[in-house]
Write a protein that binds this ligand. Sequence first.
Ligand code: ZN
Length: 70
Amino acid sequence: MKCPVCNVGQVQPGKTTLTLENDGVKLDVQGVPPMICANCGQETVSEEVKAKILKAVQEASAGNAPGGNA
Ligand SMILES: [Zn+2]
């Protein structure tokens, strides 16, 4: 697969840590499998992976709802 940013390099699977924020809750997601461009270094996280992570963030923030801690 070619890099969508520079259109030159080939993207290869790698690992990174993604920091997401949802409703003031910050979540570091480790071991995110992005595709990394060998030419420009652009990290591309697939929509499928993004959706999974976003769901995890939303669940995490739901668990931290105000008033939920007794
Ligand atoms: Zn590139």
